[in-house]
Design a protein around this ligand. Structure first.
Ligand code: SF4
Length: 294
């Protein structure tokens, strides 16, 4: 059951489309949210909800009040939410786990700080690492959103994302090729390089289409997506196959990438040092962080 506690988001990621609310943000009171949860549980026997806010619990004080209210009302209900790594503090996660938090969707996006900055994401890799570690320690499932092909990304940045993915092995993930949406700074930066007549394709685990003339051919991103799939499969096999064999299989994929598939797919499109100048957007104007009380 979906529950919405707020509308809008004050952050300013360069690729995020926010035609309705812009950067405005407003939310229900914690008391109102509690009443809604109680109603769902008592009248409709709902025992699990998904907080589908763009970002759940943006203001720490608001979230603490909601948790206080849930605790005081002895409300036991499973829940999941979308959140940013910079808001997922260890103490908060522990408390939320105790109140029913089972899964968090997190926009990790990239394992390269350079890419996070180009996206104006406003997050640090250290925050990703701390959040992933805390989620794991608290037994909360993590679903990572990852993005490939954003302007300025090199194969080294893709490798950094894969290494991060390997380190933390999220239970679920989606790895998409970046989609420039009209009205965003990302779109403006590539609009004159859009491929004519190309429509987005989707597969189970994310977007499959490169919609503009990017740094590399689309097939390279498909190969990268396959490498994530491979790592996820190896991670699922932990406990069933000896670690030495799993690590060997992971290394074999790396060798295949370095010695054969990577060079073939890159071919003459290999761009030493990164994307051409026209694909290097400057970070957005607002690297400042909205106040969250965190
Ligand atoms: S955190 Fe970034 S991607 Fe998420 S809703 Fe806000 S601006 Fe969009």
């Amino acid at each position: 059951m979906a529950v919405l506690t707020s509308r809008g988001c004050p952050f300013d990621c360069s690729w995020c489309s926010k035609p309705t609310f812009g950067r405005s943000f407003r939310q229900h009171s914690p008391e109102r949210v509690l009443r809604e949860l109680q109603l769902l549980q008592q009248r409709y026997r709902v025992d699990y909800v998904r907080f589908c806010d763009d970002v759940f619990g943006i203001q720490r004080a608001w979230l603490e009040s909601l948790l206080d209210a849930m605790e005081a009302a002895h409300l036991h209900i499973g829940f999941e939410c979308l959140a940013r790594v910079d808001l997922l503090k260890a103490d908060l996660l522990k408390r939320m786990r105790g109140l029913g938090l089972a899964r968090v969707y997190v926009g990790v996006e990239s394992g390269s700080q350079k890419m996070l900055d180009l996206m104006n994401r406003g997050t640090r890799l250290a925050q990703v690492e701390r959040a992933a570690q805390s989620l794991r320690e608290n037994g909360i499932r993590q679903f990572w959103f990852l993005m490939l092909g954003y302007p300025g990304e090199t194969v080294e940045d893709i490798d950094a994302t894969l290494r991060l993915f390997r380190r933390f092995s999220p239970e679920e993930y989606s790895v998409s090729i970046a989609v420039p949406i009209p009205g965003t700074r990302f779109y403006d930066s590539v609009r004159q390089y859009l491929k004519v007549g190309v429509r987005p394709r989707r597969a189970n685990r994310g977007g499959k289409t490169l919609l503009y003339e990017g740094s590399y051919p689309e097939s390279l991103y498909h190969w990268a997506q396959a490498r994530f799939e491979w790592e996820a499969a190896l991670s699922k096999a932990r406990g069933k196959i000896a670690p030495r064999i799993l690590s060997g299989l992971s290394d074999a994929a790396d060798r295949l990438d370095r010695s054969l598939v990577g060079p073939i797919l890159l071919g003459p499109r290999a761009i030493p040092g990164g994307a051409p100048r026209h694909l290097r957007p400057t970070p957005g104007p607002t690297a400042e962080r909205p106040s969250t009380g965190a």
